[in-house]
Design a protein around this ligand. Structure first.
Ligand code: F6P
Length: 548
């Protein structure tokens, strides 16, 4: 077996063949592709694990898919996948294993990494989380004055926030509704102020979630939360009853004043954006209960196994990743819209932004060489149908091609009675289908003119179409399905990263801003002079300071 060459993408035979193929037929219109093949809608899809992935509206043919699969093989996707699942240090710049998949292994599995029994460690933490979650849910865990906890506030940012927030929204229907769950992330004081202003501290539990326990925003918010508890409860304030921590940094946790007996650990082999199913999911577990959480993990694991074992032609995350490369590097698409037709998934696009962009927003390969092709696109989106009345105009008629990921469920979680009116869910799904069809097929000038539209208005009403999209369909949103969906995107991102030869698991690009912010604080607060800062920053800082 030859070793993986991160710099080898453009010299693979498949890359050259894809270039020729694109030049020959890459511009074919979806109208023609569907016209030529009456069975395209029936054939260009994969069903697995209760998910239906329709990729018939991607701008690909059978030949494109074969070449993309050749590319995956020539880029050793299988070997790289095994390297990840087996705990090799594939995060080379941090010299770490990448083992979020171990967080959802069944209890009976075995995996030893760097001499450590990973499955045993994971389950010890899960058991501790379960016991704690039950105590909070059952009202056995009481605050300083003996009252049960009514509100749980997770303080964290990035991966220590977005997963818990997204999962809480997604699984709201499965949460203990008598309790309230809130999330504080922004260092803007408004975030913690609004999260606490109407609460009684003696009924509030804070989960301080930070892998490093050094993140400026999280530590600032945690200190403010502690001050808020003390200011309400005075002498009665028993901090240990109102603060628990999720972290890899026991020293930092005890330094803050949280008893490490109330700390839930994880490991450096869990990246922040891959951590929603680690102890970072403690608020999720309290909200949906340990059984619901086990379902979530089971969904993740099912998708892990699918990704690891399904043939590439039937492998949902692998195909998604390959279409991602095709759209980015051959069609030149710089952004991807994620459009869930499910209100409970309203934070899913925000969650995916960190997962995709922090992972694949890289300009050098694993060897440090500048890439000569485009890597991760911008991800963004909103739940349907709201986006239709704001930004879809640009997707339909703008000058950029924006691939869209549509998603809907065949059963709603809330069947709202409609008397003498169309059913909400039928309308929701009809809109998802309509948008994908309009994007793919558009409307020609002839079709517009045939409707009697004045000649000078015709060009304005033409929709060129040929805008690619994927459609994901599942039965209904539940914890297991959410686990599958998140793991599906994780592995699609991984697939792209392997093809591009980049490190999808580091995030050095966020460091410089953090360092500069630390430097600027004394300039703003104490008027410290710092000649290393630029004149624009210094002028803005002086202006701020003069207004204080
Ligand atoms: O700044 C980026 C980042 O390091 C993310 O990768 C991470 O999810 C987030 O900050 C929060 O980090 P921590 O959990 O250590 O507070």
């Amino acid at each position: 077996m030859t070793s993986y060459d991160p710099d080898g993408l453009t010299s693979t035979p498949a890359w050259g063949q894809l270039k020729d193929h694109f030049a020959d037929s890459g511009q074919a219109h979806l109208r023609d592709l569907f016209g030529r093949d009456a069975r395209r809608g029936q054939e260009y899809n994969v069903s697995a694990l209760g998910l239906y992935f329709d990729y018939s509206k991607q701008r690909v043919t059978k030949e494109t898919i074969e070449l993309l699969i050749d590319l995956a093989e020539q880029r050793q996707l299988r070997d790289r996948t095994e390297a990840m699942f087996n705990g090799e240090h594939i995060n080379v710049t941090e010299d770490r294993a990448v083992l979020h998949t171990a967080l959802r292994l069944p209890r009976t599995a075995t995996l030893e990494v760097d001499g450590q029994d990973v499955v045993g460690d994971v389950n010890d933490v899960l058991d501790k989380m379960g016991a704690f979650a039950n105590r909070v849910r059952d009202g056995e865990w009481v605050g300083s004055t003996g009252k049960p906890i009514k509100t749980v506030i997770n303080i964290g940012i990035g991966g220590s926030d977005l997963g818990p927030v997204m999962a809480h929204e997604a699984l709201r229907d499965y949460t203990k509704r008598e309790m309230d769950f809130r999330y504080v992330s922004n260092v803007d004081g408004t975030d913690i102020y609004e999260a606490t202003r109407d609460l009684a501290a003696d009924e509030t539990l804070f989960i301080v979630s930070s892998k490093t326990f050094t993140t400026q925003e999280t530590m600032t918010n945690a200190h403010s939360a502690r001050d808020w508890v003390v200011s309400q409860l005075g002498d009665k304030a028993d901090i240990a009853k109102h603060f628990v921590a999720v972290s890899t940094n026991a020293e930092g946790v005890s330094g803050f004043g949280i008893d490490t007996a109330n700390m839930f650990g994880f490991w450096d082999w869990v990246g922040g954006r891959y951590s929603m199913d680690s102890a970072i999911g403690l608020s999720t577990m309290i909200a949906i209960g340990p059984d619901g959480y086990s379902e979530l993990l089971a969904g993740f694991h099912e998708m892990d196994e699918h990704f690891r074992t399904a043939p590439l032609a039937e492998n949902i995350p692998a195909l998604m990743g390959l279409f991602g490369v095709w759209n980015r590097d051959f069609l030149g698409c710089a952004t991807v819209a994620v459009l869930p037709y499910e209100q409970y998934l309203k934070r899913f696009p925000a969650y995916l932004q960190q997962l995709t962009m922090e992972s694949n927003g890289k300009h050098v390969t694993l060897s440090g060489t500048d890439v000569t092709y485009d890597t991760g696109p911008v991800y963004w989106g909103e739940p349907g149908t709201n986006g239709q009345h704001s930004f879809y105009q640009l997707i339909h008629q703008g000058t950029s091609i924006i691939p869209c990921d549509f998603l809907f469920f065949t059963h709603p979680l809330n069947k709202v009675p409609a008397v003498d009116a169309p059913d909400h869910h039928d309308l929701l799904v009809a809109n998802a289908l309509a948008q994908a069809a309009a994007l793919a097929f558009g409307k020609t000038a002839e079709e517009v003119a045939a409707e009697g539209v004045a000649a000078d208005v015709v060009p304005h009403k033409v929709m060129k179409g040929n805008r690619p999209s994927s459609m994901f369909v599942a039965d209904k949103l539940d914890p297991r399905t959410l686990g599958k969906l998140v793991a599906m995107y994780e592995h699609a991102v991984f697939t792209e990263g392997v093809i591009w030869g980049i490190d999808s698991f580091d995030q050095w690009g966020v460091e410089l801003g953090k360092v500069l912010a630390k430097k600027i604080v004394p300039v703003l607060v104490d008027g410290k002079e710092d000649a290393s800062l630029d004149s624009s920053t210094l002028t803005l800082a002086a202006r701020y300071r003069s207004e204080q």
